[in-house]
Design a protein around this ligand. Structure first.
Ligand SMILES: [Zn+2]
Length: 163
């Protein structure tokens, strides 16, 4: 089990200094942030309502709540990553090589997959990849080529969970 301090250190780069919002962290209507419903523990989603508000929806139990979009830091109170708006656990989580691998949404998974598959250079012209240093600041265990196969398997598993 990775210590919280170590985990936070490893993942800070992915979320930007101070926990700022990055592009693939923001939920979109066509690519919501997937969360564990705080009421029934089934899969729920966070979608934007407008430029100022996001909404968490659970189709399983009807849970629904809204929160403002604020450029704030995250209240990382637990050992598990949260959505950043409601403090809900992320749905897309799995273990990989003794680490916690997790993602907000499908864009985030694509980002990780492309990075692990070492296609970063070819994608650099894509606007999504403009912040090339983002990839270079991923945790070392994700960058290690030793973990490539198991990472791709874990990402594949998360992609199925996101369907
Ligand atoms: Zn629910």
């Amino acid at each position: 089990m990775t210590s919280w301090k170590k985990w936070k250190h490893e993942h800070r780069a992915l979320y930007g200094r101070g926990g700022g919002l990055l592009g693939h962290q923001l939920p979109r209507l066509d690519d919501p942030t997937l969360i564990v419903c705080p009421k029934c523990a089934k899969r729920a989603s966070v979608v934007p309502v407008n430029e100022e508000t996001v909404r968490a929806n659970c189709f399983a139990c009807g849970f629904s709540t809204e929160a403002p979009i604020l450029p704030r830091g995250y209240a990382w109170g637990a050992e598990t990553p949260t959505d950043g708006f409601f403090g809900c656990e992320l749905w897309l989580r799995t273990n990989c090589e003794g680490h916690s691998l997790w993602a907000f949404n499908q864009r985030h998974l694509t980002f990780l997959e492309d990075f692990v598959a070492a296609r970063l250079r070819e994608r650099r012209r894509d606007p999504y990849w403009r912040n090339a240093s983002l990839g270079s600041r991923l945790p070392q265990w994700i960058k290690s080529s030793d973990n490539r196969e198991s990472l791709l398997k874990a990402i594949e598993k998360l992609k199925k969970m996101a369907e």
